[in-house]
Design a protein. Sequence first.
Length: 132
Amino acid sequence: KNEDLKISQDNSKTSTLNYFFSFQEIINRVADKIPASVFTNPEQVSAEQFNQLSAAHQFGADQLLKLEVPSKLVGIHKKEIGLLGAKAAAYKLIANYAIDPLTTILTLEELPKINQDFSNLQDEINTAAKNI
């Protein structure tokens, strides 16, 4: 919801650049919270590591909610928060595979769509950044 966001009417080049720098810093902090073993040994990811993935993505969504966003970038900002939240929820569900294997299977089937949505959003971000 827009009322949950810190929207600035300052759409200047400086404001937009500051937003993108802060945005990237948050994404880097999310990446730092992801266990390296997820990348080096992805077929052996444990429930605890899925919980860490969930926490990292939720951290990113929470931090973006605190970030002031120029009004012209609200759409991108909301999509990023939504996708980070969706991934956090998905990883939390996957972490509970021993309790609810069917939900885990269904969630695993949805992950490629979420990843594609992230890829599409990255294209939007790159276009917006080029047009500053």
